[in-house]
Write a protein that binds this ligand. Structure first.
Ligand code: SF4
Length: 443
């Protein structure tokens, strides 16, 4: 156990989506008066698993990680273990029953209470579970202001929840209905982040295109324009855009606004209209491709990334071929692809699937091979080019190298002075790697 005077160490393991990456930043910030970040679970006094239930595999990973933590806690019973995020929100006390080493379970709406919950655990000696849902309180998308220092690139939540009910997705179940934050608050938080050194903002929501300011009713494009105009901001991104709601107006704004970067994450999920209909995505492959072409005509250098689900119930080899064709046509910079896994409570979990698992097994690696080749070709095309990158920090694996990103979302590692972190610099790309590029600063 640690006293107040000597700070303990906390390690937060993040599972799943962007939203969780943001929540993890908040967890560190809320705990910063008592804990400094640890490099790994092994050296932590407090281990927090920030979970995600979007994919079944992520949930299994949580329990297998708890299994790995068990010996740590056996050697040092003073270690505290907390589970937060979507799995905590859904499962609550069940987590403690299944894994008795867990001290604390907290929901997605209880992050700000974390210091108080830890006190309760330490002083009462009892395990604590605090999970409130939207039904227990007036729902609000208002996140408490996060204290602490910000890095050069920061995420900023503009809305929470989702009203789309895609047939495979648990987000509307666990994150609740769509709620937009007031534009005034978002602008205040953006200005505050810029003052604290942030150069690049990524606006965050499950479907940013359906953002509506609760006061004026104005939409996402208007918000984007206002943030783009904030002095001191260099770059602006947003994620996620639902293709059905991606408008010509937004495409034009992206082309016109100087800080909005030339990259868009546009999750297609499948290339077959039959599968898209079963997924309840609200667009056809041709409508999707029209939007891609529109963006390319307005912003020739724009890069696309996407999410793809392979092996949806009823998906045939022919359907899958359509996804491959679409990938080849769009030529994504990167695709996050997953094998379909049924999530409890979703419509897709009840769907029959006449196509055998054995037949589908090879599809995901086949798709990934196609995408990897495209990514490799794109990376190779970058070699020799001089690009502008925002230096975000250090490359985690190869110490000493700085890491930055181009406006078009290519990651570049290069040798440079640590004082460059937070600056926009020009580098020449010298080499292509599978996930990133290598570069050097011109002498
Ligand atoms: S748009 Fe669909 S996939 Fe995305 S969060 Fe909403 S329901 Fe889930």
């Amino acid at each position: 156990m640690h006293g107040m005077s000597d700070l303990g160490k906390v390690y937060v393991r993040t599972f799943g989506c962007q939203m969780n990456v943001y929540d993890t930043e908040k967890i560190y910030a809320f705990l910063q008066d008592r804990y400094v970040p640890a490099a790994s679970e092994e050296e932590a006094d407090l281990i927090i698993l920030n979970t995600c239930s979007i994919r079944e595999k992520a949930e299994q990973k949580v329990y297998s990680l708890l299994g790995r933590i068990k010996p740590l806690k056996e050697t040092n019973p003073g270690i505290l273990v907390g589970v937060g995020g979507c799995v905590a929100q859904q499962e609550g006390e069940k987590i403690m029953k299944r894994s008795p080493l867990v001290d604390l379970v907290f929901g997605t709406h209880n992050l700000d209470e974390l210091p108080a919950l830890l006190d309760e655990r330490i002083h009462s000696g009892k395990k604590v579970c605090r999970v409130i849902g939207d039904s227990d309180s007036v729902p609000t998308a208002e996140a408490p202001r996060v204290p602490g220092r910000a890095g050069p690139a920061s995420l900023l939540t503009i809305m929470k929840g989702c009203d789309n009910w895609c047939s495979y997705c648990v987000v509307p179940l666990v994150r609740g209905r769509e709620i937009s934050r007031p534009a005034g608050r978002i602008l205040d938080e953006a200005s505050d982040l810029i003052q604290r050194g942030v150069r690049e903002l990524t606006l965050l929501g499950q479907n940013v295109n359906s953002y509506r300011d609760p006061g004026s009713g104005s939409g996402f494009v208007e918000l984007l324009r206002k943030i783009d105009a904030l002095p001191g901001l260099k770059r602006l991104r947003f994620v996620t855009s639902h293709p059905k709601d991606f408008s010509r107006e937004l495409a034009c704004a992206m082309a016109e606004l100087p800080r909005v970067c030339e990259h868009i994450h546009l999750p297609v999920q499948a290339g077959s209209d039959t599968v898209l209909t079963a997924m309840r995505r609200g667009y056809s492959a041709s409508r999707y491709l029209e939007k891609v072409r529109l963006l390319r005509s307005l912003i020739p250098e724009v890069e696309f990334t996407t999410d793809i689900i392979v092996g949806f119930p009823g998906e045939t080899r022919q359907d899958f071929q359509r996804t491959l064709e679409l990938i080849r046509e769009v030529r994504y910079q990167n695709a996050f692809s997953f094998r379909f896994s049924p999530r409890p409570g979703t419509a897709a979990s009840e769907m029959d699937d006449p196509v055998k698992d054995s037949e589908k097994k090879s599809w995901l690696p086949e798709l990934q091979a196609v995408q990897n080749l495209i990514t490799a070709e794109k990376h190779q095309d970058m070699v020799g080019r001089v690009v502008e990158i925002l230096v975000e920090g250090f490359d985690r694996k190869r110490s000493g190298l700085l890491e930055g990103r181009t406006r078009t979302n290519y990651i570049v590692h290069f040798q440079g002075d640590p004082s460059l972190v937070g600056q926009i610099v020009t580098v020449r790309v010298t080499r292509s790697r599978s996930i990133h590029l290598e570069g050097e600063m011109p002498v």
